[in-house]
Design a protein around this ligand. Structure first.
Ligand code: ADP
Ligand code: NI
Length: 217
């Protein structure tokens, strides 16, 4: 199969798998991540085919929903690409990106060793910031039965993937435990530039939310 046919077949399979996802990992998340990943890949000189395949496959089996198995995503990505006859080196590269991409707590390093990995990780993280990031956080919080906010609870610092996965904080806590940390963890210059605006939007949303919470706005 040609590179384009492998990409098209991967897209069709991922659409089918994620069309009914209600946790913020739906097909449209993947679609946005792919678009931004391709834009960052062009700016950074990364291989667009690997970046696109990894963006398409990055959420097919999220570790948080597979009992904390951090290799579930890579296995699913590998099986799909093998079934399409993709090249072994491409399969291994995409598998490594999918296994390494997720945020796993403020104290857990998730730096990516390849440029393509950095591009796709930045694109995924940008989708957790800005207006879309806010919408996704509250969609996830609702799905998980979380409170919007509880001023009596402090946010936590998670130094293991398990502590992060088992956290039961509010959605506003999630801003402090992940979303506001992303800007300083971007790994490409192009991603960092996009993160500035999205981060500023998160901060102004939080300020407004807390002012309304206190009846001051
Ligand atoms: P990503 O697709 O960016 O890797 P995740 O898999 O961590 O993101 O989560 C999907 C979406 O749900 C993201 O926007 C993320 O910030 C949000 N999310 C994850 N955990 C929580 C939580 N505990 N509370 C609210 N939102 C969350
Ligand atoms: Ni994602």
């Amino acid at each position: 199969m040609s590179e384009r046919s492998i990409l098209d077949a991967t897209e069709a399979r991922v659409r089918e798998l994620l069309c009914a996802e209600g946790t913020g990992h739906d097909w449209w998340h993947v679609h946005r991540v792919r678009r931004v990943a391709l834009r960052l890949a062009a700016a950074e000189g990364a291989d667009p085919c690997v970046a696109e395949l990894a963006a398409l496959l990055h959420d097919v089996a999220d570790w948080k929903f597979h009992g904390g198995d951090e290799r579930a995503g890579g296995r699913a990505a590998r099986a799909l690409l093998e079934s399409l006859g993709a090249e072994a080196a491409v399969i291994e590269h995409v598998r490594a990106i999918v296994d390494g991409i997720s945020f796993k707590g403020a104290g857990v390093s998730t730096d990516m060793p390849t440029l393509e990995g950095r591009v796709v990780q930045d694109a995924d993280r940008l989708d957790a910031m800005g207006a879309i990031g806010i919408a996704r956080a509250f969609a996830y919080g609702g799905h998980a039965g979380r409170l919007l906010h509880d001023p009596a609870q402090a946010s936590a610092f998670h130094d293991t993937p398990q502590a992060y996965r088992e956290s039961r904080g509010t959605t506003i806590h999630h801003f402090h435990e992940k979303l506001l940390l992303l800007k300083d963890r971007m790994q490409t210059a192009a991603g960092r530039a996009m993160a500035e605006n999205r981060h500023a939007y998160l901060e102004s949303f939080l300020a407004r939310f807390l002012a309304e919470w206190d009846g001051e706005a």
